[in-house]
Design a protein around this ligand. Structure first.
Ligand code: ATP
Length: 356
C-alpha cells in the first residue's frame, strides 16, 4: 500500500542553526527520491522529521494525504534502515525480522510464514537461526531491510543504508535495493551524500545545501542540466567558465577568450557556463569545435574505462578537465603531460548555470 509522501514549507532550527529552510518535496506513490547533499546540509534532520523523531517548527508532513506532522513515530507505519544495521545482536535473524509482526500481535505461524517469505526475498533462505554477527555487513543490511519491510510500511526511509559497506558490495546492493523497491512499489526516501548512489538508485534526486533544496529532478536532468554552479560541482566534475555576455549576447567574454553561448543572453549579463569533462574534446577533433582553446597537458591518468586529462590554459584561473574514452584499449592514455593540444566543445554542451 504505497502512499505519497509530501513535505510542505518545512522549517527547523536548532538555536541559531537553520537546519532545514522552506523545504517542499513530494515523493510520488512507489517512487524513490534521494536527498543528496554535503555533510550538515539538513538531510538527516529532514528524514528524522518524516520519521517522527523531530518536530518541524513550521510546515506539514503528509503520508497518503494524512497529516502526520505531530504523530508519534510508531503510528506512522514507516520502515527504516540506517547505516549501522541496528539489528538486535542477541536475537536470531528470524527474531529480528519478525520483531514488528510480534509487536503487532501476529500469530507464531504468521510470523514464520512471513519470515520465510522475507528471507527468500533478500536471498538468504535458511538463515533463520543465525545471529547478526555470523552474517557479513551486506547480509546484515539485507536483514535490516527485511525487518523494515515485513510490516508493509507505507513509506520506507533509508539513511545512508550502504555507508558502512565496501565499494563493490555497495554497488551490488544498490541494484538489489532498487530492484526490491520497484518490485514492491514502495514509496522511499533515501538520504545519502554519495552522488553515484543517488543517481543510480532514484526516480528523483533532490540536491540540498544549507538547509534548502536547490534542485529536484530525474537523475539525468540533474546531471546534464544542473541549474546552479553548486549542483554542477557537487555532482561529478564540471569545468566552470565565468565572464559576461558580449555586446550581441551570443558569446561569453572571459578574459582574453570568447566562447559561443548555448542561448543568447542580455548584453553584459554575468554568465557562468558549466561543461562536463566527458563533453570536452581534445586533440585534432577539437580544432573543428566552435569553442576551442590551446592548452598544455599537466596531468594524464588511467581511470579504467576512460582516461582523465588536466589541461592548463594560459590566462585561465583553473585547469580544465577532459575525460576521453580512448580509441585503443579502454582508458589508455593517448596524450602525454607537457604536450600542447587543442581542446574544445560544442555550444550545446555548455550549460548556463546560476552563479550560486
Ligand atoms: P550528515 O551527512 O553529516 O549527517 P546532514 O545533511 O544529515 O549531515 P543534519 O544532521 O540534518 O545534516 O544537520 C543539519 C544542521 O543542523 C547541522 O548544522 C547540524 O549541526 C545541526 N543539527 C542537527 N541536529 C542537531 C541537534 N540535535 N542539535 C543542534 N544542532 C543540530
Amino acid at each position: 500500500m504505497a502512499a505519497e509522501l509530501r513535505l510542505a514549507d518545512i522549517h527547523k532550527s536548532y538555536g541559531p542553526v537553520q537546519a532545514v529552510d522552506e523545504l517542499d518535496l513530494t515523493v510520488g506513490e512507489g517512487e524513490l527520491l534521494a536527498l543528496l547533499g554535503p555533510s550538515g546540509c539538513g538531510k538527516t534532520t529532514t528524514l528524522r522529521m518524516v520519521a517522527g523523531f523531530e518536530e518541524p517548527d513550521r510546515g506539514t508532513i503528509r503520508i497518503g494525504g494524512d497529516d502526520v506532522t505531530y504523530q508519534p513515530p510508531h503510528k506512522r507505519n514507516l520502515g527504516m534502515v540506517f547505516q549501522n544495521y541496528s539489528l538486535f545482536p542477541h536475537r536470531t535473524v528470524a527474531e529480528n525480522i519478525a520483531f514488528g509482526l510480534r509487536m503487532s500481535g501476529a500469530s507464531r505461524a504468521e510470523q514464520q510464514t512471513q519470515v520465510a517469505r522475507m528471507l527468500d526475498m533478500i536471498r538468504l533462505p535458511g538463515r533463520e537461526d543465525m545471529y547478526p554477527n555470523q552474517l557479513s555487513g551486506g547480509q546484515q543490511q539485507r536483514v535490516a531491510l527485511a525487518r523494515s519491510l515485513v510490516v508493509n510500511p507505507r513509506v520506507l526511509l533509508l539513511d545512508e543504508p550502504l555507508g558502512a559497506l565496501d565499494r563493490s558490495l555497495r554497488e551490488s546492493m544498490q541494484f538489489e535495493i532498487r530492484e526490491m523497491q520497484q518490485r514492491l512499489g514502495i514509496t522511499t526516501l533515501l538520504v545519502t551524500h554519495d552522488q553515484e548512489e543517488a543517481l543510480s538508485m532514484s526516480d528523483q534526486v533532490a540536491v540540498m545545501n544549507a538547509g534548502r533544496i536547490l534542485q529536484i529532478g530525474a537523475p539525468s536532468t540533474i546531471y546534464d542540466r544542473p541549474a546552479s554552479r553548486f549542483v554542477a560541482e557537487f555532482l561529478g566534475t564540471s569545468n566552470i567558465l565565468t565572464g559576461k555576455a558580449d555586446a550581441d549576447g551570443r558569446k561569453l567574454a572571459a578574459g582574453a577568450y570568447s566562447f559561443a553561448l548555448p542561448e543568447p543572453q542580455p548584453a553584459g549579463a554575468p554568465v557562468v557556463l558549466s561543461i562536463r569533462p566527458e563533453r570536452m574534446v581534445l586533440g585534432d577533433e577539437a580544432e573543428r569545435c566552435p569553442s576551442r582553446l590551446r592548452g598544455r597537458i599537466t596531468g594524464a591518468v588511467f581511470r579504467g574505462s576512460y582516461a582523465a586529462y588536466q589541461v592548463r590554459v594560459e590566462g585561465m584561473e583553473n585547469e580544465i578537465f577532459v575525460y576521453r574514452q580512448a580509441d585503443g584499449p579502454l582508458g589508455a592514455i593517448t596524450y602525454r603531460v607537457g604536450e600542447e593540444h587543442w581542446l574544445g566543445w560544442n555550444a550545446d554542451d555548455g550549460i548556463l548555470v546560476d552563479p550560486e
